[in-house]
Design a protein around this ligand. Structure first.
Ligand code: NIG
Ligand code: FE
Length: 423
């Protein structure tokens, strides 16, 4: 995707989120705001950030697209650091069962849930997966997301896992958004491995991980560490082997049953531990000590009608908290950033400032990109969101509504949400 030259000037607020490391604990409240700000992006990279009058003194606007952001707040592009956006089929009927009271894990144990998406994904063509995934990213972009992480894990067999990862790689080449890929072959236990989870982990280590590495299809390795899925011991074995092969690590940890997933994430120096609804006090401390980003997924707790992760306790323990959508066909079928913001602020007790940090710099840190994206700092990618409102407060105040007006990726305007009434 071509890179651009843009000047955004007269912004009521530049919410810089300035920093090159995840913000931990109460530091998350610091947004580095510049009033009446301007930002210059050259060849896709931020070259100046400051007060409009000072910035404009030093640049010749020839060759730049100039955007006037008078009365508008300008933020870094959002980072959605945990999604499962490539999958076959849908689970709309299962959702209706859940609304009638059937439990998520019960559906999975009966061969539904993740496994029904596995079946549909195995039977789906690469072309359809590509088209569905591409459309999904365009929707995410409209909410201001400029970088997304995507996981495999709906194939579970080698062929379909590689198919999912190749689809994401191809989408990354053609969509304005950046896609960071994660191999998650240990997402569920398919019928061919039922009762033989240990053998499945060994096969992944011996056969699949080397192929994923060889084709350069994924940067991260993730695992669903959960009762009746993969145990702590099996997860440790997988993650340690993946680390030796050069994968960075992520975990679905302490989501439904507290197994000590956060402690394991800290032990293996994972980049992030995600979900954490049931995290222990010891686990929180371990995450903070080892600089593992605690990625919270309020859309999933909401959709499963579960209690939310203890966000305030994690912040008080000194953790860096990120927020992500967890968009997937089952436990959380929404890519809506406005919904995530509403849940984080109204139900998890994050402040509006912490919420912004969690979706920008800390989201970037959750995919090991805190030096490249996640803030409006010189040298970072020109990924920018312009709100239709004068301050970031509107993100939480205008409940559940998309307040993003324009999105810039690598210095190019790629999304314009200004609505026109068709008369
Ligand atoms: O992050 N927890 C496991 N994996 C997904 C759910 C995927 C699904 O239900 O299809 C999650 O919530
Ligand atoms: Fe997930």
């Amino acid at each position: 995707m071509a890179e651009g030259n843009i000047i955004i000037q007269n912004a009521a607020q530049l919410v810089t989120c300035s920093g090159s490391e995840a913000k931990k604990g109460l530091q998350m409240g610091n947004l580095g705001i510049v009033e009446n700000g301007a930002i210059v992006i050259e060849d896709g990279v931020i070259t100046q950030v400051g007060k409009t009058d000072e910035v404009l003194k030093t640049v010749n606007v020839d060759g730049f697209q100039v955007i006037d952001a008078l009365g508008k707040a300008v933020l870094p592009g959002f980072v959605d650091s945990h999604t499962h956006f490539v999958f076959g089929g849908d689970r709309s009927e299962e959702f209706s069962w859940r609304l009638k009271g059937v439990d998520y894990m019960e559906i999975m144990e009966r061969g539904g849930g993740i496994l029904s998406t596995v079946k549909a994904t195995r039977n789906e063509t690469e072309k359809v997966l590509y088209e569905k995934g591409f459309k999904c990213l365009t929707s995410m972009l409209s909410f201001g997301v400029t970088t997304v992480e995507g996981k495999s894990g709906y194939g579970l067999d080698t062929e379909t896992e590689l198919k999912q990862l190749r689809v994401m790689k191809k989408i990354n080449e053609h969509h304005p958004m950046d896609v960071i890929t994660t191999y998650m072959g240990a997402h569920a236990v398919p019928p061919e491995y039922k009762g033989q989870e240990g053998r499945m982990i060994e096969d992944i280590i011996k056969e699949v991980l080397p192929l994923v590495k060889k084709e350069g299809l994924a940067e991260f390795c993730d695992v669903f560490t959960e009762k009746n899925v993969f145990s702590i011991e099996q997860s440790r074995k997988l993650l340690m082997a993946a680390a030796v092969m050069g994968f960075k690590l992520k975990m679905h940890a302490d989501e439904i049953v507290p197994l000590g997933g956060a402690e394991l994430a800290a032990e293996v120096s994972a980049v992030s531990a995600d979900h954490l609804l049931q995290v222990s006090e010891k686990g929180m401390k371990a995450l903070a000590d080892k600089n593992v980003v605690a990625t919270l997924l309020p859309g999933t707790a909401f959709s499963l009608k579960a209690s939310y992760a203890p966000a305030r306790e994690l912040i008080n323990a000194g953790c860096a908290v990120a927020l992500a959508s967890d968009f997937n066909p089952g436990s959380c079928h929404t890519e809506s950033i406005p919904l995530i913001i509403a849940l984080a602020t109204l139900y998890m007790g994050l402040t509006p400032e912490e919420t912004v940090t969690a979706l920008t710099l800390n989201g970037a840190a959750a995919i090991n990109r805190e030096k490249e994206i996640g803030s409006l700092d010189v040298g970072k990618k020109g990924d920018v969101v312009i709100l239709k409102d004068p301050s970031y407060h509107f993100l939480s105040y205008h409940i559940g509504v998309n307040t993003v007006e324009q999105v810039i990726k690598n210095g190019r305007l790629v999304m314009d949400n200004r609505h026109q009434l068709v008369s």
